[in-house]
Design a binder for this molecule. Structure first.
Ligand code: NDP
Ligand code: OXD
Length: 314
């Protein structure tokens, strides 16, 4: 046995099948099986139960099966071993598809035309803005934010972005730090959030942040698009901003509590799109191949890549 598949909320079977075909010499176990703890060399986790990775004396690396790693840091008994997170074009492309779809849905008033079709109303809008008249602000210019920013730019949107460290991206106005955030928000019509959830970003999307978004843009009010993490947002503040008209619309893939409780008003708010945390799914096909490549490289003595910085939390 060398690989522990420590997932909850996901069916481990397709992961196991794919990993077995890619790494036939490695034995594998899931958390509900009996296994010999000293034989585990690699733990592959998606939301493993706290403590499940403790007491694995020969553990060499922990792999997050998603791009986000906040689920790992939620475990107070997480062993102090290198953490590798997913960086794979399959996941990146899926995320950009979702972001672009929602940016266009808000730009082209998809909700309105769906309603009109249901009600058999033939009515055009008098004033249809185009992408080039809309300023998008992307919070998080990492792997996912960069790809989304570039794709939105290719569609004609004006794009700016914000990160912790200084960056330079073709066609994207780059801001960083708290001063940079204020400047970006004040020019933003459509805010796309692709930040990790850390101590520094928790609750960032609150009433104060939403109140700093530009008023008077071509969309008739700011739009929020969040596929980062639910813990980044204060849902009561988002609903209040939508109700007051301070926010024109929102697309949310992630929530403070998941699954989104059935009682949440976000489900039925006419200006909100809800999706079930599937903007960019980790597929066994792509992600197991990524993990297998890393394990093979590690066993050849090569360094692990896409390592998480524990101090920063991402
Ligand atoms: P990266 O680590 O590549 O990028 C994170 C970005 O956020 C970086 O640009 C980083 O800045 C910036 N950042 C982090 N903390 C701060 C801060 N305090 N202030 C300003 N900027 C900050 O992550 P990915 O792009 O791969 O993924 C982003 C997140 O997307 C994941 O953590 C996960 O939560 C979410 N996700 C959601 C999915 C879904 O289906 N909904 C699927 C996959 C991921 P810098 O570059 O300077 O370090
Ligand atoms: C991820 C996710 O982090 O699916 O990859 O949210």
């Amino acid at each position: 046995m060398s690989i522990l598949l420590a997932v909850s909320g996901w069916d481990p079977a397709p992961w196991r099948r794919r990993l077995t075909s890619l790494l036939p010499s490695h034995k594998m176990a899931t958390l509900d099986e009996l296994f010999d703890r000293p034989s585990v060399r690699y733990a592959l986790s998606w939301r493993h139960p706290p403590g499940a990775l403790a007491d694995l004396p020969n553990l060499q690396a922990i792999f997050s099966l998603g791009a986000g790693v906040d689920h790992l840091f939620a475990d107070p008994a997480l062993p102090d071993r290198p953490i590798v997170r997913v960086v794979d074009p399959d996941l990146t492309e899926r995320m950009s598809e979702w972001v672009v779809m929602h940016a266009l849905a808000h730009l082209r008033q998809l909700r309105r035309y769906e309603r009109q079709q249901r009600e058999r109303i033939w009515a055009d809008d008098d004033d249809q803005p185009k992408a080039a008249e809309v300023q998008v602000g992307v919070l998080g210019l990492g792997v996912l934010g960069t790809d989304a920013a570039l794709k939105l730019g290719a569609l004609g949107f004006k794009v700016a972005g914000w990160s912790a460290s200084e960056k330079s991206l073709p066609g994207v106005a780059c801001f960083h730090g708290s001063g940079g955030l204020k400047r970006l928000l004040s020019m933003t019509d459509m805010l796309v959030v692709l930040l990790p959830l850390t101590d520094a970003t928790r609750g960032l999307i609150d009433a104060s942040l939403l109140s700093q978004l530009r008023r008077g843009g071509r969309l008739g009010g700011p739009i929020l698009i969040n596929a980062g993490r639910g813990g980044l947002q204060v849902e009561a503040d988002i609903l209040a901003a939508l109700d007051s008209g301070r926010l024109k619309g929102a697309s949310l893939d992630v929530f403070e509590r998941e699954p989104l409780p059935t009682a949440s008003r976000l489900w039925t708010h006419p200006a909100v799109y809800v999706s079930p945390h599937n903007a960019a799914v980790s597929t066994p096909e792509a992600v197991a191949a990524f993990v297998a490549r890393q394990i093979e490289a590690h066993e050849r003595g090569e360094p692990l890549t896409n390592l998480v910085d524990r101090r920063r939390g991402y």
